[in-house]
Design a binder for this molecule. Structure first.
Ligand code: WQD
Length: 337
């Protein structure tokens, strides 16, 4: 078993991954600056697993703080989630995103190299594919980013590839997530967005619990099954389990691998809305609006490589994702405090 540093480990995907790591028998150290998450998540992790990981409230820009973590812990690998992730905000504040997501990550990679920790699983995104020429999307498809957030993901991939090229002892797994939704079946962990959610399912959840009046559907004139955008939604617990498979692979190999983590199925906005209506037992109001700038029509994964290389495939369906999201929302109307 390994001792793993999880940056951003009190966040949405990070906390679910910490639970799976602990339940797989790994040791975990969490580093998070709590900018977009609550320290109360540690108690939720303990309630689920019976273990409370060592925690450092440290920012990626704090090089001394990073050095301290590697000096105080004998680490085998890093799973790197920490970073800003709002597409719209990244367009308004590009320097904030480049400083945090690029300079911060470089600080982490330097601290790893200095401590001879050369195994990393990186949280990348399907957003690096831009608007694909066809679907399903394979890992060898062209990459093209259309916003600073997506560019920071692609730049991190390039930086890690260059590090591994210069030092063949490194093992780098670049995981390209499609659309993570849902929550832990216990209802103790889930997505807690700051302010008004940008993403579809957290917004629907707020409509379902009465905090928001109706869903704005960003366009219904796309070339899709019902004109609304189609995405590959993946249960956050499936995604977390994918990280355990990627870590196991990284521990046994060196070199760089890019892997899609999706289900291979695409669902439209209205199909997701109806699945959520079934989950919450209510009719959910919506209004068709103009397209959202930067949106693409259709995006879903070719999942062949994840299955063949990591032995992983998603298990949960869209009903599970909506049921678990709704269960978390009902149990945590004000998020995790
Ligand atoms: C999904 C669909 C919208 C909200 C983004 C990031 C990506 C990744 C996942 C981090 C689209 C429609 C949405 C709403 C709507 N994040 N929609 N009304 O844009 O596919 O991906 O989140 O890695 O980087 O770009 O996700 O949930 O915002 O949108 O109609 O209120 O739902 O138009 O078709 P997206 P999303």
């Amino acid at each position: 078993m390994a001792n793993v540093l999880v940056t951003g480990g009190t966040g949405y995907i990070g906390s679910h991954t910490v639970v799976e790591l602990l339940q797989a028998g790994h040791e975990v150290v969490i580093m998070d600056n709590l900018y977009n998450s609550s320290i109360a998540v540690l108690d939720r992790i303990e309630e689920i697993t019976g273990k409370k990981p060592k925690f450092y409230q440290t920012d990626l820009l704090d090089q001394e703080g990073l050095k301290k973590i590697f000096e105080e812990n004998k680490l085998d690998a890093v799973i790197h989630f920490a970073g800003y992730k709002a597409v719209g905000e990244s367009v308004e504040k590009p320097l904030l995103y480049y400083e945090n997501n690029i300079q911060g990550s470089i600080n982490l990679y330097q601290a790893m190299a200095d401590a001879n920790v050369k195994k990393i699983v990186f949280s990348s995104s399907a957003t690096v594919y831009g608007d694909p020429a066809s679907v399903p999307i394979r890992e060898d498809f062209p990459v093209h980013t259309t916003n600073p957030y997506g560019s920071t993901k692609l730049m991190n991939e390039m930086i890690l590839e260059d590090i591994a090229h210069a030092d063949p002892e490194w093992s780098v797994l670049l995981l390209r997530y499609f659309n993570p939704i849902g929550a832990h079946q216990s209802g103790l962990l889930g997505e807690v967005p700051n302010g008004i959610p940008n993403n579809l399912v957290p917004y629907i959840a707020r409509v379902a619990n009465g905090q928001l009046e109706y869903l704005r559907v960003w366009g219904n004139d796309y070339d899709t099954v019902d004109g609304t955008g189609v995405r590959d939604y993946i249960h956050v617990v499936d995604l977390a389990k994918g990280h355990i498979c990627a870590l196991d692979y990284a521990l046994k190999h060196t070199g760089v691998e890019k892997v899609n983590l999706g289900t291979g199925n695409g669902y439209s906005v209205l199909q997701v809305l109806h699945a959520y209506e079934n989950a919450c037992g209510k009719e959910l109001p919506y209004q068709i609006m103009d397209r959202r700038p930067g949106d693409i029509a259709t995006c879903y994964a070719d999942t062949t490589k994840a299955k063949e290389l990591l032995g992983w495939e998603a298990q949960y369906n869209i009903e599970d994702m909506c049921n678990d999201s709704w269960n978390f929302t009902v149990k945590n109307p004000d998020g995790i405090k």
